[in-house]
Design a protein around this ligand. Sequence first.
Ligand code: ZN
Length: 274
Amino acid sequence: MKKEIPKADFAIIGGSGTFSIDFPEDLETEGIQLLETDLTFDTPYGESPIFKLFSIGDKEILTCRMHGWRKDIRRGMASRQLFWVLKEAGVKKIIGEGGVGSMNRLLDPRDIVIPTDFIDFTDRKDALILCEHLLVMRQPICPQIHLALLTSAQRRHTGRIFERGIYLVTEGPRFESPAEISMMSRWGADIVGQSLAPEVYLARDIGACYAGLYMVVNYAEGVVKDWSHGELRDIFYQESRKVAGILVDALISITKSQKGCGCMAFRKPTLLKE
Ligand SMILES: [Zn+2]
């Protein structure tokens, strides 16, 4: 149902890590209240993906599934629709998640990585909305949300958690070939996936802080050994509640204030005025 875009300070962008459950309804976290479902909005880039609005305490949170991607809509456009809605809602803190492949040979499936940097190898790089600022990427990830995700992950995840790493973003939707991974692994990335960009710089474009939590679901091609679709499927179904719980715990522990994290200092006035 098309409605006015509601105000919300927070957003959680769901990925493959929470796709197999109804988020947030399936969580047992106390205080979650589902306010609205099936929300779609008009945007200058076409109709938005479907959102839900929920609250925890005095926080209101917009959320959508699978990065807002839909069949037959280019991903760069889907991201713009999504972030247009977040901008209009006044969102200040955004948490993302997704499954990733391991390029670093020390990583295994079910490890959690909370990356600190990225390489954008997509062709979605001009997917901005405001384009009113020079977006400096010296500190792409919000250190406060990052710390909140790390602390929550340490409480809920008994496996390994890596608090830094470089996320290489590919265009997708297919996975990479062994030769591509071999080439890209020399660039120094630890994990490979399809979602951290453009989300991380669209967040800065609209004046919001961003951090994401990513579970390793497979070895990248040619790394360690051939990965198994069975394990990928098991992770998809077995780990969703935990990933969702980590995101919500992190969200409970952060505030909407952007004082102190420094992210907005990297959103400079543009010198390219017409
Ligand atoms: Zn920040």
